[in-house]
Design a protein around this ligand. Structure first.
Ligand SMILES: Cc1ncc(COP(=O)(O)O)c(C=O)c1O
Length: 482
């Protein structure tokens, strides 16, 4: 698909007039997200400020401000006498000889993006052994059509794993094998939409890909604020969303854990409102400073759909995840899978079952907890040395932390300047839904980086901040942020 001239209606920008977020920000956020996720591709011509303003029934100045901000951040080009266009991302090059448009992503100099474990230590030998053993010993019937929920003996292993690792008490018949949490959420969202739901709640901020998954199923994501105790549950009361997606163990991206009283309040909300909690337990296996907090699932097993994944513990490329389903909603979700892809690859399920049964995941996790803890400590140390005035949050668990910056403008200028220096990272506000009012900052993933690489990357990031700070018109941006 080549670049094209977009009409205002193609952009799918909507304005929420009840939101306290300024309208220019709402336009800007939605366009930025569309560009970053590839929904708007490089070279596409955006509507003129006049056309977009007319279409959205807003003043032209508002669109001018939104476009100007996106241009400053490097997302779009503004040219005299021509419509603005989406900039071709610098890190993407196209292979002219490739038969189709295959996009190759050039590696950034420093990759601090969240969400990826160290792929270099994927236990290849153990995986290969499991594949070989599983395939050689599997009965022929296993290679045919199986239960859409997944191979039964794999569900036995998963029920056992979530029970001992995350305190999720369940039985194999409640377990659904999926292609990861994103896939699980997609099935759930489709089943909810089929039941008549129009909205779904999310923590605000929360992972932008999950918002899109819900949107594609026809549900409008509604954001609810998050503070140091995680989701502000009281905001859900009266909001009439049929379900809410939460990451209680390590909120993405802020890194806070849902407090005990909020967990209880959330479970009560779900029971009182006949609503569902979708527990995205994406990186809870890695917890460093406190004892592991069990899954929320145990507080209301009839109301919680628990989602787990091998993406952070092993590799996203495996595309293996699981959902633990409450009886009330089980059939619809399983049907979404069986009427879309029928079943997950049995060959991968066989290998994963053998891998789990042989204790390979536990072994890998024991090793990686130590490694990631050391990396986490290395980032925290490097930040203390290089950027002592900037507060750091969300360090107790997972594979990322947050560098807190005092304002949206600061976050965006540091983000854009980092990008210019080929430092890839994420901002909190790119994961925000309409109505978001902070806090702002950068999400720093450290999963794949060695300790020397971490030190170098943080030093480079500090250089970016210092250059920004020294720019004549910026003033002392970081002082007093803490
Ligand atoms: C918060 C969060 N939830 C879910 C996912 C999706 O994981 P999966 O690969 O299992 O679809 C990610 C991936 O980065 C994530 O960061």
């Amino acid at each position: 698909m080549g670049p094209r001239q977009l009409q205002a209606r193609d952009l799918l920008v909507s304005i929420d007039r009840s939101s306290r977020a300024p309208i220019a920000r709402q336009i800007e956020d939605q366009l930025r997200r569309a560009i970053r996720t590839g929904m708007l591709i490089g070279g596409s011509q955006l509507p003129s400020t006049r056309a977009l303003a007319q279409d959205l029934s807003v003043s032209r100045g508002v669109v001018v401000r939104a476009y100007a901000q996106l241009s400053t951040e490097g997302y779009i080009d503004l040219r005299q006498g021509a419509n603005p266009s989406v900039r071709r991302p610098v890190e993407v090059t196209r292979e002219s000889a490739a038969p189709r448009e295959i996009q190759r992503v050039r590696r950034p100099r420093f990759d601090l993006r969240a969400g990826v474990p160290d792929l270099g230590v994927f236990p290849r030998h153990a995986w290969l052994r499991s594949q070989r053993q599983a395939l050689m010993s599997a009965p022929d019937l296993d290679l045919g059509y199986i239960d859409s929920r997944g191979l039964e003996r794999l569900r036995v292993q998963i029920a056992d794993y979530v029970g001992r690792a995350r305190g999720v008490a369940t039985t194999p018949d409640r377990v659904l094998v999926t292609a990861g949490s994103t896939h699980s959420l997609s099935l759930i969202a489709r089943a909810l939409a089929r039941r008549g739901a129009r909205t779904i709640g999310f923590e605000n901020p929360s992972h932008m890909v999950l918002h899109e998954v819900a949107e594609r199923a026809g549900l409008r994501p509604v954001g609810f604020p998050v503070d140091e105790e995680g989701l502000v549950v009281e905001e859900l009361i009266g909001a009439s969303v049929p379900a809410v997606v939460v990451s209680p163990a390590h909120q993405f991206p802020t890194g806070h854990a849902l407090s005990g009283s909020r967990r209880a309040a959330l479970a009560r909300w779900a029971v009182d409102n006949d609503a569902l909690i979708i527990e995205d337990d994406y990186d809870a296996e890695f917890r460093y400073d406190r004892a592991s907090v069990g899954a929320l699932h145990g507080l209301a097993p009839e109301r919680v759909i628990y989602l787990g994944s091998a993406s952070k513990t092993l590799a996203p490329g495996l595309r293996i995840g699981w959902a633990v389903l409450p009886p009330s909603f089980d059939v619809q979700i399983v049907q979404e899978l069986s009427r879309s892809i029928l079943q997950m690859s049995t060959f991968d399920q066989l290998a994963f079952e053998t891998f789990l049964r042989a204790g390979e995941l536990d072994r890998h996790l024991r090793k990686m907890r130590v490694v990631y803890r050391q990396r986490r400590d290395a980032v925290v140390r490097a930040l203390e040395e290089e950027l002592p005035d900037v507060p750091v949050g969300g360090i107790a668990a997972g594979l990322h932390l947050v560098l807190e910056l005092g304002s949206y403008e600061l976050e965006q200028s540091v983000y854009a300047a980092s990008r210019e220096q080929s430092i890839a990272l994420e901002s909190i506000s790119e994961h925000a839904l309409p109505g978001y009012e902070g806090p702002y900052g950068l999400v720093i993933g450290y999963g794949p980086l060695s300790e020397p690489a971490i030190r170098e990357a943080i030093r480079e990031l500090a250089r970016v901040l210092t250059v920004l700070e020294n720019r004549a018109d910026s003033g002392p941006m970081l002082r007093g942020v803490a």
